[in-house]
Structures are given as C-alpha cells and as structure tokens.
Design a binder for this molecule. Structure first.
Ligand SMILES: O=c1ccn([C@H]2C[C@H](O)[C@@H](COP(=O)(O)OP(=O)(O)OP(=O)(O)O)O2)c(=O)[nH]1
Ligand SMILES: [Mg+2]
Length: 155
C-alpha cells in the first residue's frame, strides 16, 4: 500500500441494503461516517424507552488489517431523543465478515421510530496495535503505584 494513499474500506451490499446510501464523511474534516438503518421501508422499528435493538446496516464491511471500525452514537440523537449505542464504542474487527449491526438503546422518555435510511450512528476507522502478552512475577515501580480512581484529587 502507498503510504500516502488512504486505507480502503470494502463494502459488500446485502440484499436488504438495496438503495441504502454508502457510509460517507458528511464534511471534509469529519472523523466518522454516518451509518444508515436498513430496516424494512414498510416496517419502521419502534424503540420503546428503556429497550435496546440491533439495527441492520445492510452491509458487510471489510475493515483493512491493522484497523478497527468503532461504532459510536450521534450526539444529536443522544441529546434530542436519548438514543445511544449501548456498547459504545462498538468494535468491528478487521476479520469480521458478517453484517455490521448497530446496538441502539433508548434512554429517553418517548418511543423512538427508526425508519429506513435514517442515519443512526457513526463509524470511525482507527488504527489498532496488537501486542505480545507476557506474564511476569512483578510489575515495575512507578510514582503512581497502585493509586487510581481519583487518587490524584479533583483540583
Ligand atoms: O456494535 C457492534 C459490535 C460488534 N459487531 C460485530 C463485529 C465484531 O467484529 C463482532 C464481534 O464483536 P465483539 O467482539 O464486540 O463481540 P463479542 O461479544 O466479543 O462477540 P465475539 O465472541 O463474536 O467476538 O460483532 C457489530 O456488528 N456491531
Ligand atoms: Mg469479541
């Protein structure tokens, strides 16, 4: 791969993804591409308060090796409707070849209707570092030591 060429995300459209717009960056500097709901056009999905559902995107993604796709909420849906991704950020592995689905939860007070083509979440492609795992008898000493969970104070 040319170091200056962008990594490629291959998308395979599934039959129920027919007509769904490809994920795309909405602005030149966008970090994420919006993902659309591939629910049936004549059967919108109603997500009741407190409930969760798996929303199909209509695509298999082939994330380039060395990268992951993170599925994140859209802030507008979260703020206005209480709709967020339950497992945020959802992780799409580079070797996953199933349909990408978005796990939405309704934390709002009103039922939320998900219609075909609605932009329900966004996806950020990020580099992944894999490490070799090694068991050791002791960890090295540091100034922090085992302090955590607010040990450095608030101010
Ligand atoms: O929001 C998500 C999260 C995951 N996946 C798919 C792609 C991912 O590669 C696979 C496994 O995800 P994860 O590792 O988070 O789930 P798991 O519960 O650990 O399942 P597995 O045992 O299959 O790894 O499920 C989605 O389609 N949407
Ligand atoms: Mg897993």
């Amino acid at each position: 791969m040319n170091a200056h060429a962008p990594a490629q995300l291959l998308l395979v459209r599934l039959p129920h993804g027919a007509g769904i717009e490809l994920p795309a960056y909405e602005t030149p500097g966008a970090a994420g591409m919006d993902l659309r709901a591939a629910v049936e056009a004549d059967a919108p999905l109603t997500l009741a308060p407190g409930k969760r559902t798996l929303v199909p995107t209509g695509f298999v993604f082939e994330v380039p090796f060395g990268y992951e796709a993170q599925i994140r909420p859209r802030s507008g849906l979260a703020f206005k409707n209480g709709i967020t991704c339950l497992n945020t950020p959802g992780t799409i592995d580079s070797d996953y070849r199933g349909e990408v689905k978005v796990l939405l939860v309704n934390l709002g007070e009103e039922p939320f209707v998900i219609e075909r083509g609605m932009r329900i979440a966004q996806m950020v492609i990020a580099p992944v570092t894999q490490v070799a795992v090694q068991e050791a008898a002791e960890a090295s000493e540091t100034a922090r030591g085992a302090g955590g969970f607010g040990s450095t104070g608030v101010r």
